[in-house]
Design a protein around this ligand. Structure first.
Ligand code: GLU
Length: 469
């Protein structure tokens, strides 16, 4: 296949909008996205919003926001299942007409009794097929005034299996699969049925989804077959476990993708980290989005569950922060400084980023660090001054002030050189001058490299604060 023409590969991400997008969902979306991109195919977004009680517009927006943040834009969609009801009804009618589905008038109580009976006989609870038409079989009389459900006529014999792209061959005995309800008494289609019609209509070739859907797959395959549809390939992604080996949940920290934006993680780092959770390319831990697309292959998706590792995420994030340009970081950190009531314009923010980025794990840490320059200046407390600004310190500071005033260039290098020469001249060690300088100029005992801090603060401010002590 040449690389410039789009291939027939079509994947989809099909979230149910019942809450924020969680990490597991984002990772599934990422795999589907990367697979489509790798094959120059099409990535479809489908919103499965038929659960009216649990679906909300806010949740739809949260999904769209999260996908935009991670830069996984769909090529097609979002399609909304609620807008496709006519189509599902049409397919139900077609199946009733061609005999692959049938009306079932058993009441919920009757179905429950059938299940109970099966259970009592030590069998899997199931619908007993009372209304399933078979050649030569007489169906019971239709109960007056009762609206039927529509059931799919599942094959009774044999097995339904597929070669899972991740888990290998999986097979279910058809005798284990009930005749699935595909439409309710009011005509609304059911979940598995909508998925089938959509995957068919949207010409999905590869379904990558969480392995909580493994049990749905044989049912969906049988309906697709009954419709004469081409079967997609399926890959079921194992879940993500928390550091304690339990299923990842809120107990382990944030599971909402956008919470990571709040906490100062870069989307590039998130994509890198999420991709590595359950997928690998040799021992590569750090890779670009382009490399992910180039390398992505379902063969390297892991069969076993992945484990969430916040330390590693921080390490990856620190890497991306370090690798970012100062101006870029400044732009991302500025709103976080504003949130902290600081003024990002008070200072050469890119320079501050350059000073801090080697030691920051998150953008929030950068913002916290930048508050030294962007936040209100609080002079050192009287206690601190009494403790550290003795006569010798004050003499050193005033000498420093005089010489600093005369510096031809106000740069970190020049200031460091001045500090060094003063230490030699006065025969003192760094803390003797460094600490008083920090206290006098920033009000704090600890700061990043003092020369750089002074350079960024600027000559006027530094001299003014020195004069004040
Ligand atoms: N809507 C389903 C979910 O959010 C996914 C369905 C699918 O991928 O087939 O779990």
């Amino acid at each position: 296949m040449t690389t410039s023409t789009p291939s027939a590969v079509r994947t989809r991400f099909a979230p149910s909008p019942t809450g924020y997008l969680h990490l597991g969902g984002a990772r599934t979306a990422l795999f589907s996205w990367a697979f489509a991109r790798h094959h120059k195919g099409t990535f479809v977004l489908r919103i499965e919003d038929t659960d009216l009680e649990r679906s909300t517009p806010e949740a739809v927006q949260a999904i769209l926001d999260s996908m935009a943040w991670l830069d996984m834009q769909p090529d097609e969609g979002p399609f909304y299942q609620m807008q496709r009801m006519d189509r599902y009804r049409e397919v139900v009618r077609k199946m009733l007409a061609d005999g692959t589905a049938y009306h079932c008038y058993s009441s919920p109580e009757e179905v429950e009794a059938m299940r109970e009976k099966a259970r009592a006989a030590g069998l899997k609870p199931r619908y007993d097929g009372s209304w399933r038409p078979e050649p030569g079989k007489t169906l019971p009389p239709v109960p007056a005034g009762r609206k039927p459900v529509v059931r799919f006529k599942n094959p009774l014999e044999g097995a339904t299996g597929w070669n899972d792209l991740i888990k290998g061959h999986i097979s279910f005995d058809n005798s284990e699969l009930d005749d699935l309800v595909i439409a309710r008494p009011d005509g609304t289609p059911t979940y598995n049925f909508c998925v089938v019609v959509d995957d068919w209509d949207m010409k999905i070739t590869h379904v990558l989804r969480g392995d909580d859907h493994v049990n749905n797959t044989p049912r969906q395959i049988n309906i697709l077959r009954a419709l004469g549809a081409a079967l997609p390939e399926y890959g079921h992604v194992p879940m993500i476990l928390g550091p304690d080996g339990e299923k990842l949940s809120k107990r382990h920290g944030a599971v909402n993708v956008m919470e990571y934006d709040n906490e100062g993680y870069l989307p590039e780092a998130m994509v890198n980290y999420l991709a590595r959770l359950g997928w690998s390319h040799g021992n590569d831990e750090l890779f670009t989005r382009e490399q992910l697309v180039e390398w992505f292959d379902t063969r390297n998706l892991s069969k076993s569950a992945a484990q969430w590792d916040p330390k590693k995420l921080n390490w990856v994030n620190a890497h991306y922060i370090k690798a970012s340009g100062n101006a870029d970081l400044a732009e991302r950190v500025a709103p976080r400084i504003l949130k902290r009531q600081g003024n990002p314009q008070a200072v050469d923010l890119p320079a501050v980023m350059g000073l801090l980025k080697d030691r920051a794990e998150t953008l929030n840490q950068l913002a916290d660090g930048a508050m030294l320059f962007c936040g209100p200046y609080t002079p050192a407390s009287a206690e601190l001054r009494a403790e550290h600004l003795d006569e010798q310190a004050l003499a050193l500071l005033s000498s420093f002030e005089r010489q600093a005033r005369a510096l031809p260039a106000w740069t970190a290098e020049a200031l460091d050189a001045l500090i060094k020469s003063m230490l030699a001249e006065h025969g003192v060690k760094m803390p003797k001058l460094g600490l008083p300088l920090r206290l006098a100029v920033t009000g704090q005992k600890q700061t990043p490299a003092i020369g750089a801090v002074l350079a960024i603060l600027g000559r006027d401010l530094v001299l003014e604060r020195l004069a004040a002590v």
